[in-house]
Design a protein around this ligand. Structure first.
Ligand code: AN7
Length: 393
């Protein structure tokens, strides 16, 4: 089912036959990256455009399996200014970009006969995985950092029938649990972004941007476990290798101050992250202290002449409200991209640069993240009418 691919270790460079259960390098434990054995035939923009919007429009560049799909991808690219767009991933079936990866990884798992999937999650991965697993008739197990998952996301995991395990400590502890318990022996298939097939799905976000507005100068996105920045960069790189585009964007990753192992190290000129065991931020989606995909992320930053920025929780809140007032409802982690963009504009990003912000998750995911002002109260129809007249005149 993966004949078109090989897996290449980003650490030791060895290549391996592609197998759904080969998650990390059998030789050195490094991260694996799917690469094509030969150029996929007959691909072109006109071909892709004959198909409905979404991830599987690019099927020649994905594992050739029967899709478990709910129409993920094909999300709106909303123009915010002359040179500014926001890719609204909240429009995916479960409200985040994770669906792009999950449709691919769950399809592959089903083709491989997997009956149970597992992930650690700050929330969105668990929401997405449990939905796609249910659609594929699989059981799902989610390991969550206790008390730190936004209500909307938890509700989704419950609704889609996941078995929920809570651990004390941050996401990184939950991921440790998954790495220990998953594997061929237990039959539990791991769905975190260490799974290279999930990132294959997420790379389609790059394809959609390039198809719609061409290659931007910058792609700005929040970074947690650093899977998405790696996936999107892979998407652009692959398009150029295949002759679908002729230039590349620069990648700008944004982390929250209290959870910025990559951004802090990058700013110090280091090529390895400064891990933290006590990540903290209002943007719980990216409350991650030990991002596993850091080698891929550093490579994306290096190859794209990219940059990392740090934003405070206050800046995230302001950015979320500012986007809200433009009609764009995103969760705090996603607002980090706009907050980061604001800080980078003029200093690093020129006003003439064409910029795409990635809004990774929907505002409804985390309704507790912003304050609710007291509503105008009225005890009768007449009083309500009176008060609205007064307020609107
Ligand atoms: C809205 O769900 O890690 O850098 O377990 O939910 O690829 O990790 C979520 C991550 C950005 C960061 N925005 O992406 C999880 C999880 C939102 C997110 C990120 C996440 P990566």
């Amino acid at each position: 089912m993966l004949e078109e691919y090989q897996l290449r270790c980003v650490k030791c460079g060895r290549t391996f036959a592609a197998d759904p259960w080969t998650i990390v390098c059998p030789h050195c434990g490094g991260l694996l990256e799917p690469v094509f054995r030969r150029r996929p035939l007959a691909i072109s923009w006109p071909l892709f455009r004959t198909r409905r919007f979404g991830v599987w429009r690019y099927r020649e560049l994905l594992p050739r399996v029967q899709p478990v799909t709910m129409g993920e991808g094909g999300t709106p690219l909303i123009q915010l200014g002359d040179n500014l767009w926001i890719k609204f991933e909240g429009s995916n079936p479960t409200g985040s970009f994770k669906d792009r990866g999950m449709t691919v990884a769950v399809s592959l798992a089903r083709a491989a006969g997997v009956s149970s999937v597992i992930c650690a999650s700050t929330g969105n991965t668990s929401a997405s995985m449990s939905a796609y697993a249910s659609r594929a008739g699989m059981r799902s197990f989610v390991v969550l950092p206790k008390g730190k998952v936004a209500r909307g996301k938890l509700a989704q995991a419950v609704l889609h029938g996941a078995t929920i395990v809570e651990v004390d400590g941050p996401f990184d502890i939950a991921l440790d649990v998954v790495m220990r318990v998953s594997g061929r022996e237990s039959g539990l298939y791991p769905m975190n972004s260490i799974n290279p097939w999930r990132l294959e799905g997420q790379k389609t976000l790059a394809f959609e941007i390039a198809d719609e507005i061409g290659v931007p100068d910058w792609v700005v996105l929040p970074v947690g476990n650093a899977g998405n920045i790696s996936a999107i960069w892979k998407g652009f790189r692959e398009m150029r290798e295949l002759g679908l585009i002729d230039r590349l964007p620069r990648m700008a990753g944004v982390q929250a101050e209290g959870a910025s192992p990559i951004a802090k190290a990058f700013k110090e000129g280091m090529s390895e992250p400064l891990f933290t065991d006590e990540p903290e931020t209002v943007a719980t989606a990216i409350r991650i202290g030990r991002p596993v995909n850091w080698p891929k992320a550093f490579r994306a930053l290096r190859e794209s002449d990219g940059i990392m920025e740090v934003v405070s929780d206050e800046e995230i809140r302001e950015a979320q409200l500012a986007l809200g007032r433009m009609g764009v409802g995103v969760e705090p982690a996603s607002a980090a991209s706009y907050a980061g963009y604001r800080k980078l504009l003029e200093r690093v990003i020129s006003p003439d640069d064409r910029v795409v912000l990635v809004a990774t998750g929907h505002a409804l995911k985390d309704p507790d993240a912003f304050p609710f002002p007291e509503p105008v109260r009225a005890s009768s129809v007449e009083e309500a009418v009176e008060r609205i007249r007064g307020l609107s005149s």
